[in-house]
Structure formats: C-alpha cells, structure tokens
Design a protein around this ligand. Structure first.
Ligand code: NYM
Ligand code: MG
Length: 211
C-alpha cells in the first residue's frame, strides 16, 4: 500500500470528449477508494492563464513563439503542485498537457515539432497518455466547434497530423482510444487502461518529460 499516484493525461482534438471523460475517470477512481483529482491545461485561473484566455478568445494577438512559451509556462507554474500531489499518493487525471502544446503550435506551420518540445522538457512525465481519436465527422455531429481560436476543421486536421507524429515518437507512452464510439464505451475503455496504470506506478519514480 501507499506509494505515489499516477499522472495520466488525456489528449485529443477539440470535441473529442476529453473533458467529460476526465470527470468520469476521476469519479470512477474515487469510487474505487483511490485518491484522484482532475487538472486541466491551460489553467486559465493564473496570471499567465489569463493571457492565454485572452489570446484564445481572439482579442489578443501574440507571436506564435510567445503564446507557445506562455502555454508552457502555465504548465511549469503547476509542476511543484503536481509533484507534491503525486508524491502524497494522489492520482492526477489531466485534460491536455505538453502534447497539446506541441501539436497546436506546430500545426501553425511556423514552428517545428522539436523546437516546440524544448520549453516543456523536464516537466513531470505522464505515466500514460490516452489519445481520444475522433473523426472530423463525429466532432461536427457533437455540435461543431466553438468560437475560440483553433476551432476550425482545417486547423484541427493539421493538429491531428502533429499528434500522430508525437505518438509515433513515443509509442509506449500512448494508448489510442476510438472516440467515435459511444461515451459509455469510451469511458469503459479508459477506466480499464487507467486502473492498471495506477496500480503499476506506485513504486516508480516520477519521470522527466522528453529528457
Ligand atoms: N492549447 C492547449 C494549446 O494551443 N497549447 C497548449 O499547450 C494547450 C494545453 O488551447 N484548442 C489549445 C488547445 C485548445 C485550447 O483548450 C483551449 P481547452 O482544453 O479547449 O480549454
Ligand atoms: Mg476547447
């Protein structure tokens, strides 16, 4: 008994169902008697997160490199809390992480993937990244995209290509889940993956991302 909690990240395009699944997974783990909570990036509640929010809501224009670094800074400002919470035995289910950081920035075509990975090197490494793979058609059926920057079909296709590149670099880290299935089917699949990971990592040191 005891040991550290797991760092489990859910990634995917907008409308892939991540936010719902993160909530369901935390509920499931808690109902099993595990200590678990959710986190999400960007965290719009911090000072840096406020700038990111202004950018996403299109009011503010920022250089591609600058907004990339702000998204990364928004993760760095959470790292002490992430490490402390994992060490205390809490499992964290995270809605987006550095992979979204790289995929959305690299999709613009102005920054390459390796450059984009730079600022996030050394963050606490996830124990597993669950990729909710949704087709553009199903994303559209889910009410379409919203009003924020990036929420356009053409752009999302480019983001998907970048996620695919990241997955092929680290196949052992990723689990791809077909997010075109029903929400309940997806929930069940994710729960199976996550509960195993939680039990496997208790004695493992926390890793360091992309180092
Ligand atoms: N996003 C998210 C980035 O561009 N870089 C990042 O590092 C992160 C974490 O922010 N379209 C983008 C992806 C989303 C947008 O996220 C807002 P959400 O999860 O929809 O609030
Ligand atoms: Mg969104």
């Amino acid at each position: 008994m005891g040991g550290r909690g797991a760092l489990i990240v859910l990634e995917g395009l907008d409308r892939s169902g991540k936010s719902t699944q993160v909530i369901r997974l935390v509920e499931k783990l808690v109902s099993m008697g595990k200590k678990a909570s959710k986190m999400n990036f960007p965290d719009r509640t911090t000072t840096v997160g406020g700038l990111i929010n202004e950018y996403l809501q299109s009011g503010k224009d920022l250089d591609d490199a600058v907004i990339h670094l702000l998204f990364s800074a928004n993760r760095w400002e959470a790292t002490r809390s992430i490490r402390d919470r994992l060490s205390s035995g809490e499992t964290l289910i995270v809605d987006r992480y550095a992979y979204s950081g790289v995929a959305f920035s690299a999709a613009k075509g102005t920054l390459d993937i390796e450059w984009c990975k730079g600022p996030d090197r050394g963050l606490p490494a996830p124990d597993c990244v669950i990729y909710l793979d949704v087709s553009s058609d199903v994303a559209k059926q889910r009410g379409g995209y919203g009003e924020e920057r990036y929420e356009k079909e053409e752009f999302q296709k480019k983001v998907r290509t970048c996620f695919e590149a990241l997955m092929s670099q680290e196949p052992a880290m990723w689990r791809r889940v077909d997010a075109n299935k029903t929400m309940d089917e997806v929930t069940e699949e994710i729960e199976g993956i996550a509960t195993k990971i939680v039990d496997q990592v208790t004695d493992k040191p926390i890793g360091s991302l992309w180092t």
